[in-house]
Design a protein around this ligand. Sequence first.
Ligand SMILES: Cc1cc2nc3c(=O)[nH]c(=O)nc-3n(C[C@H](O)[C@H](O)[C@H](O)COP(=O)(O)OP(=O)(O)OC[C@H]3O[C@@H](n4cnc5c(N)ncnc54)[C@H](O)[C@@H]3O)c2cc1C
Length: 413
Amino acid sequence: MADRARDISVIVVGGSYAGAAAAKRLAALSQQGFTGLKVTLVDRSTHYFHAVGFPKALVDDKYAEKSFLPLTGFFAGSSKHEYINQGLAAVVDAHHVELDDGRRLYYDYLVLATGGKAPGPINVAGRTKEAGLAEIRALRQGLEGAESVLVIGGGPVGVEVAGFVAATYPAKRVTLVHSHGQLLPKQFRIGVSNGAVEKLTALGVRVVLNDRVEIPDDFEYAAHIGHRVLRGTRAGQEYASDVQIPAVGFQVHSEYLAPLEAAVGRGALRAAGSGAIRVRPTLQLDADALPHIFVPGDANSLPGSTKFGFKAEMQGNTAAANIRRLIESGFDVANKTGAEAAAASAPAVGAWTDYVDLIMLPVGPNRGVAQICKIALGSSAVADFLVRQIKTRDFMLGLRKGYYPRPEKRKTD
Ligand SMILES: Cc1cc2nc3c(=O)[nH]c(=O)nc-3n(C[C@H](O)[C@H](O)[C@H](O)COP(=O)(O)OP(=O)(O)OC[C@H]3O[C@@H](n4cnc5c(N)ncnc54)[C@H](O)[C@@H]3O)c2cc1C
């Protein structure tokens, strides 16, 4: 059994679903005898942005204002744990990271919960509340002046955004183009997909299936507002619109792994293309020598069906539980290497299991589709009622508030 009072430094990078869950759970260990443990949360943003509510924030300024929760009070009540508002520039080696300001920090355990980004305006890139709000407002202003809107990609985000834009601006022509024969990813039952088409169509959205819009190379944020004609891959198909909202092309934030990857082996840690960080079922990095680095949430290489906020949160909890087990098992992170390290850590850690099958998608403020334990609630009014009651009201923002208390005076542990 390990000495719980031993000095241990855990760095968690990313303070959203996965990182906030991991950091809160680890910091709570201070109250359970782990007196030497220090948790450092690093996030390049000053605020958590509630991306889940983006479809509502886009059309509702009051809600957008509330969607940014400050990270500065994250460790309220603790004088030991620390939040640092910086970007992670590099994981330098097995025990050091470097921040954008050049600071180099030591870690015994590292949690990389940096998620990812979509290319277009749904990726709120601003690193302060003011900058993020300005992006959302610019897009809303663009929508208000537009006659036609093109949403590219009929995954959950595209469906929700198209529904809210059409419901809020009924006079505008909204088109949703999706590259497959049915809306939404494969884990959704056909009844859910058909229900989404039906409810979007009722709101006046033109849904086009089996066509892929060619996204131009110059498609940066600012280019999405203004009249453009984009081509589809179907022969002769063109889409003219005044505002374009791509909801495709997810990329993981993992460029900071390049130095460590160079040491381990080219391409060993990240998938080509998406940049997803390869993990084992225990959420440990898939590298024998690095069993003390965990990657919960959207940044990891688990299947697309796990890329949901509540699953990222569950994974953050699993990563924290595994770190606790490693500490308790006496695993000596600094003095083990290679296969020896993997073998020493293996008995202590547990796998994350994806046992929740629950999806709720608002289609505009009053309607919605859902899937609960493989049961499709598509075109029914029951789905409308359930989604409205459970999700649409505040898009689960209330559930996040406990993670981000308002900044206050710090106490001593
Ligand atoms: C528009 C939209 C709607 C969605 N709707 C839903 C929904 O209804 N239900 C649902 O369950 N999920 C939904 N999702 C998915 C959900 O938001 C993600 O699965 C979830 O946010 C993933 O959490 P995460 O903690 O892994 O990463 P993220 O939420 O992406 O957070 C990553 C964090 O890391 C920080 N970061 C990144 N790189 C660095 C760096 N180099 N240095 C320092 N900090 C860094 C970022 O600032 C951020 O705080 C939606 C996503 C979008 C975009």
